[in-house]
Design a protein around this ligand. Structure first.
Ligand code: ADP
Ligand code: ZN
Length: 531
């Protein structure tokens, strides 16, 4: 710890004022810090921007020895250490980006007790040499950042995290603190089990981010919709746009730039120099838009990100929450905007089926997707649904700051429409060996003699042309909602639509199918009250 500071309660507050210049702890910080300084283990669940860093930095300063921080964010270590050094904290890091001399210097500082904080990549702790080094110095606390990376079911699993239970075994007397912004009960339990922290105290902060407005719109022409959203509500603002593929990242960045919005791409296919330059610009500039795959954003501390937009559906509610959570860390009004459509559902289901992993893994992945779809299709308050997912009781029925609260969606009786879709699927399923997806079904319902309809004589089916009452977009919406409700399923790599066990009840008229009316015009924050 810092010379001259003693291990007392006031040591924590003193470090907060003197070193960081903050007036008071926020939320659970004080409780966490006190517990860890006293030598207890802690599991800390706090949303992004909640202030997790201080929870281990203060104990590291107050307790004698060096605080060892395990973090997967190698790219950020240099910045984190520089920022701490600027505050007078003796910080260092060890990762694969350093040359031999740099590493030797840090090792020497650690052994001499001259470091308050030492940042390490998790893969370091696989090496006996690293563990031996740590044994020869004095450690005040172990912090395991982004602790959800230990979860094999999560979206950020890192095998190296599984080896971190060694810390508790080798250093039973050093307190450990695991921190994450991901917090379903399952992840929570997994962190405790896999890191071997049965006696840890759990600190769970509220997951509500009241300044973020949640909106999910039906996808039509996503880039144009995005452009309109940015022009109307976020001209000149910094923000992040997430796309699933590198190709669509590049195209979207180009499209925005061509239309007068400063935007740069970020994905793993770009060389490291370009990525670093784009990230640096994003952090430094006020109004830059980064279009990125999910590779971008973890650990990035930019307080004035005014919007996070998704052009493709995230794989899970956890992912959605983390990504949208990068907006509005300064507490000012921000928007989480997403365009979502039928192809998202089909594509994600296909990805799960053709991806790696065993049957259990697929089942979990499908469950994650189901929860995400439920959030997209809900007619209830999105914030309420989001908080409920994380096991938190919402404040009331309506938050007043999400699209479904601002403009309550209407439902309509989609039973007949559902029956028409399902009976078409039944007829197509009878053609053994042939696989048909949503396009063919909608063409048949609308009575379109497309090449593929003619080829398979589908204009001879009794269902041909029975769907004239709805538009193509509306039929696609019906199919999407049937998929989301589990009344249809996707099979194989081609997006073939098939019935589910639940479909029968609809076909037999034993079950009604309420569907969400898609808004004619997108909901805009303008003129709507916020809370
Ligand atoms: P997290 O790691 O949980 O995403 P950080 O630790 O990066 O969050 O903190 C988010 C921001 O809030 C940072 O800019 C940090 O300096 C600031 N912050 C954290 N705790 C306090 C506090 N007690 N008072 C004032 N600012 C704080
Ligand atoms: Zn709401």
């Amino acid at each position: 710890g810092v010379a001259g500071m003693t291990v007392t309660d006031s040591g924590a507050s003193a470090a907060l004022h003197r070193v960081f210049g903050y007036e008071a702890f926020r939320g659970e910080q004080q409780a966490v810090v006190d517990h860890v300084i006293a030598g207890g283990d802690a599991v800390v669940l706090m949303p992004t921007g909640g202030g997790k860093s201080l929870c281990y930095q203060i104990p590291a300063l107050v307790r004698p020895g060096t605080g060892v921080v395990v973090s997967p964010l190698i790219a950020l270590m240099q910045d984190q250490v520089d920022a701490l050094r600027a505050l007078g904290v003796r910080a260092g890091f060890m990762n694969s980006t350093q040359d031999f001399d740099e590493r030797r210097t840090v090792e020497a500082e650690f052994l001499a007790g001259e470091l308050d904080l030492l940042y390490l990549a998790p893969e370091r702790l696989r090496l006996d040499s690293s563990l031996d080094l740590l044994s020869r110095g004095k450690i005040s606390v172990f912090a395991i950042d982004e602790a959800h990376c230990v979860s094999q079911w999560g979206h950020d699993f890192r095998p190296d995290y599984l080896t971190l239970s060694v810390l508790g075994e080798r250093w039973p007397d050093v307190p450990r603190i695991a921190l994450t912004a991901t917090a379903t009960h399952a992840t929570h339990r997994e962190i405790t089990e896999r890191l071997g922290m049965p006696d840890a105290r759990h600190f769970v902060a509220s997951f509500d981010r009241p300044n973020i407005q949640y909106r999910i719109v039906p996808k039509a022409d996503p880039r144009k919709q995005l452009l309109a959203f940015l022009r109307e509500e976020h001209a000149g603002d910094a923000g992040i746009v997430y796309c699933l593929s590198r190709n669509s990242v590049d195209k979207t960045a180009e499209f925005l730039s061509r239309n007068g919005i400063e935007a740069v791409p970020y994905h793993a296919g770009l060389d490291a120099g370009t990525r670093a330059a784009h990230q640096a610009r994003f952090l430094r500039e006020e109004g830059l838009v980064v279009v990125a795959t999910i590779a971008f954003g973890m650990g990035i501390d930019k307080p004035d990100v005014r919007f996070v937009a998704h052009l493709d559906l995230p794989k899970s509610v956890e992912g959605y929450y983390q990504e949208t959570g990068r907006a509005g860390r300064d507490g000012l009004p921000s928007t989480a905007w997403m365009a979502y459509g039928l192809n998202d559902v089909i594509q994600q289901r296909k990805l799960i089926q053709s991806g790696e992993g065993d049957e259990a893994f697929r089942r979990r992945a499908n469950q994650h997707l189901d929860a995400m779809l439920a959030l997209c299709e809900t007619v209830r308050c999105r914030r309420g649904q989001l908080l409920a997912y994380f096991g938190q009781e919402p404040d009331g029925e309506h938050c007043g700051n999400c699209d479904t609260c601002l403009v309550p969606p209407e439902t309509w009786d989609g039973t007949v429409a559902a029956q028409k879709v399902l009976s078409t699927v039944v007829r197509l399923q009878r053609e053994r060996g042939q696989k048909f997806g949503a396009v063919q079904i909608v063409d048949i319902l609308l009575g379109r003699r497309s090449a593929k309809v003619i080829q398979f004589d589908h204009d001879q089916l009794s269902v041909f042309g029975i769907g004239g009452e709805l538009s193509e977009a509306q039929w696609r919406g019906v199919v999407r909602q049937l998929l989301a409700q589990g009344l249809l399923a996707v099979e194989g790599d081609y997006g073939t639509l098939v019935l589910t066990e639940a479909s029968g009840a609809v076909l037999r008229r034993e079950r009604e199918v309420p569907l969400r009316k898609e808004p004619e015009k997108p909901v805009s924050a303008k003129g709507a009250g916020s809370r």
